[in-house]
Design a protein around this ligand. Structure first.
Ligand SMILES: Nc1ncnc2c1ncn2[C@@H]1O[C@H](COP(=O)(O)OP(=O)(O)OP(=O)(O)O)[C@@H](O)[C@H]1O
Ligand SMILES: [Mg+2]
Length: 251
């Protein structure tokens, strides 16, 4: 049923967009107007996009739609050419595990697992992440250590349960978990809010380096306008959301 928007006018076999939204509408259950109403949004493979908008404007909702955590009432969400609504719930979970790295606003670490196991969990659920690491001649454990070191998380910290880490440390564990196994799309929701200025810079550098090395697109939400200069494009949610209010049938 969903249509298949043509990716190229030339007919060349171009890489599909990392993210493609078309005629998307999302309304939270019980709400009387759409949270999001977006005619079209395309993020190219490898593109780095800074998404901003006031609190409550729908940034986290948009990321949940991009990850297939929620499905829109209308329109299409395609990730790397795959329509998320066309997948069963289980297939959607597997697709997300393989292709999308999430750094959530509230991290979503498993508190009783060590930092290392939290990072490795992303590989455990994704054969494709494991395969990409193997092709690069490494192991998930070595990759977890490499990413953690780049984020200034030493070996001793990696063996601690996530619950025993500071908020800033948890944020960095969440970033390593998103990046391990190089998914084609990394989605980050306010990932630097708990970091000091120095760690913030290291964090952004790692995110950008890893995404560049993997050819991954990056969709990055932040209120911190100073970070926008690191990105290819700044997207203002207010300018892509078509305000409709409640739909009223004519009398
Ligand atoms: N689980 C939910 N159930 C119902 N309404 C929700 C839910 N999550 C978010 N909303 C509503 O959707 C709107 C957008 O919320 P969202 O969390 O996407 O905003 P945001 O732009 O990420 O804000 P912030 O910058 O504060 O994180 C808000 O009005 C919010 O109340
Ligand atoms: Mg949010």
């Amino acid at each position: 049923m969903p249509d298949h928007p043509t990716e190229t006018a030339s007919g060349a076999a171009a890489e599909p967009a990392a993210v493609l939204l078309d005629a998307l509408r999302y309304r939270w259950p019980g709400a009387d107007c759409d949270c999001l109403n977006i005619a079209t949004l395309r993020i190219a493979a490898g593109e780095r996009v800074f998404l901003r908008g006031p609190s409550g404007s729908g940034k986290t909702t948009l990321l949940s739609l991009v990850g297939g955590v929620i499905l829109p009432q209308a329109g299409v969400v395609r990730i790397a050419g795959q329509s998320l609504a066309a997948l069963s719930a289980g297939a959607r979970d597997r697709f997300r595990a393989d292709h999308v790295g999430f750094v959530f606003q509230l991290f979503n670490l498993l508190p009783y697992l060590s930092a290392r196991d939290n990072i490795l969990l992303a590989c455990r659920f994704s054969p494709q992440r494991r395969a990409r690491i193997a092709v690069a001649g490494s192991t998930p454990e070595a990759e977890a250590t490499r990413l953690a070191e780049r984020l200034d998380l030493g070996a001793a910290l990696l063996d601690r349960p996530a619950a025993a880490l500071s908020v800033g440390q948890q944020q960095r564990v969440a970033a390593a978990r998103a990046l391990i196994g190089r998914p084609g799309l990394v989605v980050a929701d306010e990932p630097t809010s708990a970091l000091d200025a120095e760690r913030q810079q290291a964090f952004i550098d790692l995110l950008l380096d890893e995404c560049a090395a993997a050819g991954a697109a990056l969709l990055f939400v932040s209120h911190d306008q100073r970070l926008a200069g690191h990105f290819d494009r700044v997207l203002d949610l207010a300018t892509i959301h078509r305000a409709t209010g409640s739909m009223q049938a004519p009398a």
